[in-house]
Write a protein that binds this ligand. Structure first.
Ligand code: G6P
Length: 615
């Protein structure tokens, strides 16, 4: 939800800002803008509707000189995506420019007061209200910018990561955070970088400071980074080593990040298991389980909170924990959980799953669980993000930065971590025999190889994809562990090809969706050989009987379904509980190739954002 970049130092700011915005474009891409102090001391703001490339085109004939600037890529919340609503926003006098990621909830009241004092607005955004408020406070109370920011932020309710440039102080950028991420990079030459995540900073420095809620950072040339809170008390955030490499941030020869990330999955899963599964491949060690053994293994109940794809991973987690550990599990949309007055017991373990670690609803659900005294465990990808910092313990999935907006490798990484955790707890609780545990761990270590096998279906799927581009609706069916796979497959297709798709438990189809089935309706069935195999075959028969066109994902060598289905995609066999890790791959590829056939921007689907920091 909006990406923020800033730079102040000896280098030219513009190229750093534009490159940084491109790295953050996954966070929002409906408009973009940049503010820079030029070599003559002017404060220039350039903004354009569309992607960062449109902003670059717009800036071609503009003054882009200067060594200090802030930039923003937007995902609209207040006001349509156009250049007036794009950030940065000037203050009334043009002295300040501000960028913002988040939502100012009480902006309407603040705006009313400012309008009553004669201040005029050029946009309908909540952000412009903030910059006008800061300048108004600064001028009417004769305060400096830092003091004015502190007073203003005391009045603000909501979430923000902001950065401000002041024409009168071209050697300084001030930024602040509350519930929206912000990272400061400390350059070799005393220069400062600023971004919503570490990816725009990685190529310049490996020293970063992750700001905490309530922090205000003052980046002044020639001085050390100063961090204070709203009451001007000095804060001492730790300087950390950056966690991403440049290679991880590039497309590496693939046309889209999504395809690169799909193909990275075998290695990502190896990274995810490395150091956690021993070299013999028969034991899992998770430090979180060592540190909090009693809490976790003694859980009376597990509540999983998540959004989107992470919620689908949670549904797989439920089946793993229930069948392996015999712990009851509830899986909740974080956005519903937080407002539902849920019953939470102190001996509940709440598992929050989030790729970005910044999803506003998941953060709020964590807060609620903590207040109720539950133990909160995080499953996260982004190192140092808010969710790992607000949970008592957790496990990183370690799959590297995911740039494509449609989640792929993060999903399989989450399922892998949940599998490891479930096996670990089952072993602690003795709910599965030791030899079964060992065999399951060994099979988990074989999954990356089997994924490589599954990725060989890419060419077949690329050939099939054009057949489905005409479709207006698609149905995805699966049972047991494959039901969440069906949901995730349908979500992938919706997200990037804009074809309506629904995931359904195969047997539920006859209670409604069957009415939709005709020869125009592609039906994708996950029909790998497991205990419900025969029943899924009956479901395929029901679809066929109504003229539906079936594409089935089957276990290699399945002749029975080959005779029934229009198309079959063969997958390597594995244990039922790990099947989602394999079966997701062809569905990711299918969504990808259909979207490419339709000419869609796969990495940046319309209206979506990767990191949803607003509720
Ligand atoms: C957005 C993304 C999804 C993601 C969801 C939850 O909707 O587009 O891909 O699954 O947020 O994000 P999280 O970072 O919490 O996993």
């Amino acid at each position: 939800m909006c990406g923020i970049v800033g730079y102040i130092g000896q280098k030219k700011a513009y190229p750093i800002l534009i490159k940084g915005l491109k790295r953050l474009e996954y966070r929002g891409y409906d408009s973009a803008g940049v503010a820079m102090i030029d070599t003559k001391g002017g404060l220039n703001v350039y903004k354009a509707k569309g992607k960062v490339a449109d902003l670059e085109a717009f800036c071609e004939d503009k003054d882009i000189s200067g060594n200090a600037g802030i930039a923003h890529t937007r995902w609209a919340t207040h006001g349509e995506p156009n250049s007036a609503n794009a950030h940065p926003h000037y203050s009334a006098s043009g002295r300040l420019a501000l960028i913002h990621n988040g939502i100012i909830e009480n902006y309407a009241t603040i705006k009313e007061n400012l309008v009553a004092r004669g201040i005029q607005f050029k946009s309908v955004t909540d952000t412009e209200v903030l910059v006008q408020l800061i300048e108004h406070i600064m001028v009417s109370n004769d305060l400096d910018l830092l003091e004015a920011v502190q007073v203003a932020l005391h009045q603000v309710i909501g979430a923000y990561a902001i950065a401000i440039l002041d024409r009168e102080h071209p050697d300084t950028i001030i930024c602040a955070r509350q519930s929206s991420p912000l990272v400061v990079g400390l350059g070799e030459d005393g220069d400062f970088y600023l971004a919503s995540d570490a990816s725009p900073i990685a190529e310049y420095t490996d020293k970063v400071v992750y700001l905490n809620d309530g922090d205000i950072a003052v980046m002044r040339l020639g001085e050390k980074l100063k961090v204070v809170n709203l009451d001007n008390e000095t804060q001492h955030p730790k300087v950390k080593q950056i966690d991403v490499t440049l290679g991880q941030l590039e497309k590496g020869g693939y046309p889209f990040f999504m395809l690169k990330e799909i193909f990275e999955q075998p290695n990502c899963l190896r990274d995810c298991m490395r150091g956690r599964i021993n070299v013999e491949g028969d034991r899992i060690t998770l430090s979180a389980v060592i540190d909090f053994r009693e809490k976790l293994a003694g859980a009376r109940r597990i509540i999983i909170v998540a959004c989107g794809t992470s919620w689908h991973a949670g549904l797989i987690g439920k089946q793993l924990f229930e069948s392996l550990c015999r712990i009851p599990v509830e899986v909740e949309y974080a956005s519903e959980f937080r407002y539902r007055e849920p019953v939470i017991f102190p001996d509940d373990v709440v598992i929050a799953i989030s790729q970005s670690g910044e999803t506003a609803d998941t953060l709020a659900a964590i807060e609620l669980a903590r207040q109720a005294g539950a133990f909160v465990f995080g499953v996260c990808n982004a190192i140092g993000a808010s969710i790992p910092r607000q949970t008592q313990t957790g496990v990183y999935i370690h799959v590297g930065p995911e740039i494509g907006v449609a989640s792929t490798k993060a999903f399989t990484g989450q399922v892998t971590v949940l599998s490891m955790l479930a096996l670990c707890l089952a072993n602690e609780r003795r709910t599965i025999p030791g030899d079964v545990y060992k065999e399951m761990v060994a099979e988990l270590t074989r999954i990356p190889e089997k994924m490589e096998e599954a990725l060989k279906t890419n060419e077949q799927i690329e050939r099939l994809a054009p057949i489905f581009t005409y479709a207006k609706n698609c149905l995805y069916l699966g049972r047991g562990y494959n039901y969440p796979v069906a949901l995730e497959g349908a979500l992938k297709l919706k997200e990037i090809s804009y074809i309506h798709a629904e995931g359904y438990p195969a047997a539920e189809m006859k209670h409604g969706p069957i009415a939709l089935i005709d020869s125009e309706m592609p039906v994708f069935v996950i029909a790998t050989r497991d205990k419900l195999y025969e029943k899924v075959i009956s479901n395929i028969q029901e679809v066929r009987a109504r003229g539906g066109r079936v594409t089935a994902l089957v276990t290699a060598g399945d002749e029975q379904i080959r005779r029934l289905a229009d198309h079959v995609i063969e997958l390597p066999d594995t244990l039922e509980c790990f099947q989602p890790l394999i079966a997701s791959i062809p569905l990711q590829l299918l969504a990808y190739h259909i979207a490419v056939c339709k000419g869609k921007d796969v990495d940046r689907p319309r209206n979506l954002a990767k990191s949803v920091t607003v509720e």
